[in-house]
Ligand binder design. Structure first.
Ligand SMILES: [Zn+2]
Length: 153
C-alpha cells in the first residue's frame, strides 16, 4: 500500500524528476511481472483442478461439470480418430515399401515377350528396380508393376 501511495504522489507531482519516473516505471514493470507470474500459477492450478474434476466426474451426468467433461471426452475421441488416420497413412506407406520384396517372385505378365538371346547378357539391366521383374530392353515402365525403368543412354 505504501508503494501505491508513493505512486499516487508521484503521479500528482508534476515536478517529479525523470530519473524518479524511470525508477517507478521499472518498479511497476517488476511488480506487473510478479502479478503475471502469480496469474500463471493460478491458471496452472485451475488446470490441475479441472483435471481432477474431470477424472472424478467424467462418468457422472449429474456433475455441474458434466457438459465440459462431455466436451473433453468428445475431443479425446476425436484425437483418437485423427491419430488412427495418421497410423493408417503410415501403414499404407509401409505396405507399399514392403511390397517390393514380396513381389519379387510374382509371375511375369503372361504375354510379356520372351527375352531375346542377344539381350540375355544385359538381363540385369532390364530388371525392375522396384519388383525385380525382367522387362524388354528399353522399356520405359515395368510390365509388372508399372514403375519407371532406368533407361540407359
Ligand atoms: Zn516392376
Amino acid at each position: 500500500m505504501a508503494f501505491l501511495n508513493k505512486i499516487g504522489k508521484k503521479i500528482g507531482n508534476v515536478a517529479g524528476s525523470a530519473a524518479d519516473k524511470a525508477k517507478d516505471l521499472a518498479e511497476i514493470t517488476k511488480l506487473n511481472s510478479a502479478i503475471s507470474s502469480e496469474e500463471k500459477q493460478i491458471q496452472q492450478n485451475y488446470l490441475e483442478i479441472g483435471k481432477l474434476i474431470f477424472e472424478h466426474d467424467k462418468d457422472n451426468p449429474n456433475s455441474p461439470a458434466a457438459e465440459l467433461c462431455r466436451k473433453i471426452l468428445a475431443s479425446q475421441q476425436k484425437i483418437e480418430e485423427l491419430r488412427q488416420k495418421i497410423t493408417e497413412i503410415k501403414e499404407d506407406k509401409e505396405d507399399e515399401e514392403q511390397a517390393v520384396p514380396i513381389e519379387v517372385g510374382a509371375p511375369v505378365v503372361p504375354d510379356a515377350e520372351p527375352q531375346q538371346t542377344a539381350d540375355t547378357n544385359n538381363a540385369a539391366e532390364n530388371l525392375c528396380k522396384n519388383c525385380g521383374t525382367e522387362n524388354p530392353e528399353n522399356s520405359k515402365f515395368c510390365l509388372n508393376c508399372g514403375s519407371p525403368m532406368v533407361v540407359r543412354e
